[in-house]
Design a protein around this ligand. Structure first.
Ligand code: SF4
Ligand code: SF4
Length: 398
């Protein structure tokens, strides 16, 4: 697998930024007969919050306040951000002279490494204040514990730290946040989101989910029954794969839209968040806003996609290979970073995350691993070792 050099990487980033100006509202990727400027067609109750949320919402990706304005003008009224997402909080904070603050629901999250089993309430309040300053606002609509369900950050011992919930309560009392929640996209998602739902710890949950994930349905149904708002992320399993799948050509909806439609047609989610980096992405995704069911062609597309990527895709919420690696390589994290790099095109972010792994648990450890016990544990038949070695090559700056 080809490595990306530092020089090429920055050249590509510059080209992408320059491309934003010419891609604005070009009308590409629309459904046949659709208007040139798609907008949100459906708003849904967001759990018990009283907010009506756009069925498609924005994750990270906006690089300037004009993009936030474009989202708002397109009917998107919800942005998911986090301290970990580069300068995304600050970009949102620069948009308040273009977008009414009270019309945009903002979720942010503490950095996952800050929320530990022994973090104090005071530290969390200080970190919340930093996020508020970056966001240029007095309050967030929701603050979350980031990335629960990841053994690398600490498991149930971490999320049952009472200081977290004391911080939630105090911030709500002071008017610095309205709702509290957690995000999860890793191997013990079901267990940890389930703990929070059973113990009434969260008002909102954000989980990695798409047409290929399995096992999250019971906990999401339980959350919805309690009035907890539910959101899907990591829906874009296929961002670039469709380019090489010939059966997907010349369809009414493209592969990305088919994947989004699956989430929209599911009654498990109030909204979904997708990273939107440019205007074409907004147009393309909103072209399927309002979907409430799948037709035969949609289901056919999903079958083709599944056939092509099933043994390449590491599923959020799957814990099949936990404990199998003698070197403690966090397989699910490395494969997720690979997905950010390869499928989402977030090369810099992916490389930055991978760089934080200690070398002795990085995927370089797979080089001399002859029996690869992780592979026997994967019920989706991923060639785990090969994928990890590819990831190491992609995510390491030469
Ligand atoms: S190939 Fe070996 S070292 Fe690499 S993740 Fe699997 S078990 Fe661990
Ligand atoms: S590599 Fe396979 S077993 Fe491990 S988490 Fe991913 S999908 Fe599950």
């Amino acid at each position: 697998m080809k490595k990306i050099s530092r020089r090429n990487f920055f050249q590509r980033s510059t080209s992408l930024a320059a491309g934003l100006a010419v891609t604005a509202n070009s009308g590409r990727n629309l459904l046949p007969g659709q208007e040139a400027r798609p907008t949100v067609r459906r708003y849904k109750p967001f759990g018990k919050t009283g907010f009506m949320v756009s069925d498609i919402s924005s994750g990270a990706g906006a690089r300037d306040a004009n993009m936030i304005k474009y989202l708002y003008d397109s009917g998107i009224n919800f942005i998911d951000t986090a301290r970990q997402y580069g300068n995304h909080e600050e970009v949102i904070g620069q948009s308040w002279d273009k977008v009414p603050r009270d019309k945009m629901f903002i979720v942010s999250k503490w950095s996952p490494r800050v929320v530990t089993a022994d973090v104090t309430k005071q530290k969390l309040m200080e970190e919340l204040d930093i996020s508020l300053k970056r966001l240029n606002t007095d309050y967030v609509d929701c603050m979350m514990i980031h990335s629960i369900g990841n053994p690398g950050y600490g498991g149930l011992e971490r999320i049952s730290n009472p200081a977290i919930y004391e911080a939630f309560d105090e911030a709500k009392r002071l008017g610095k946040m309205k709702w509290s929640g957690a995000s999860a996209h890793s191997v013990t998602t079901v267990e940890e989101i389930g703990w929070g739902v059973d113990n009434d710890r969260f008002d909102v949950v954000l989980v990695g989910a798409n047409f290929l994930t399995h096992g999250l349905e019971p906990v999401l149904k339980k959350a919805k029954a309690k009035g907890i708002a539910t959101m899907a992320m990591k829906t874009m399993t296929i961002y670039k794969y469709d380019l090489g799948i010939k059966e997907l050509k010349d369809k009414n909806t493209n592969a990305r839209q088919a994947v989004i439609k699956w989430v929209l047609a599911s009654d498990l989610f109030d909204t979904m968040v997708i990273g939107m980096r440019n205007y074409d992405m907004v147009n393309e995704y909103l072209s399927v806003s309002g979907t409430t069911s799948l037709n035969g062609e949609d289901e056919g597309l999903l079958s083709i996609i599944e056939k092509n990527i099933s043994n390449k895709y590491c599923r959020p919420g799957c814990n099949g290979c936990v404990g199998t690696c003698p070197n403690k390589v966090p397989i699910w994290d490395v494969l997720r970073y690979k997905m950010y790099f390869e499928n989402y095109g977030d090369e810099k972010y992916a490389m930055g995350l991978y760089k934080q792994l200690p070398e002795k648990t990085s995927a370089i450890m797979c080089t001399d691993c002859t029996d690869a016990p992780c592979e026997g544990a994967c019920k989706y038949n991923l060639p785990v070792k090969q994928r990890l070695l590819e990831a190491h090559s992609q995510l390491t700056i030469s």
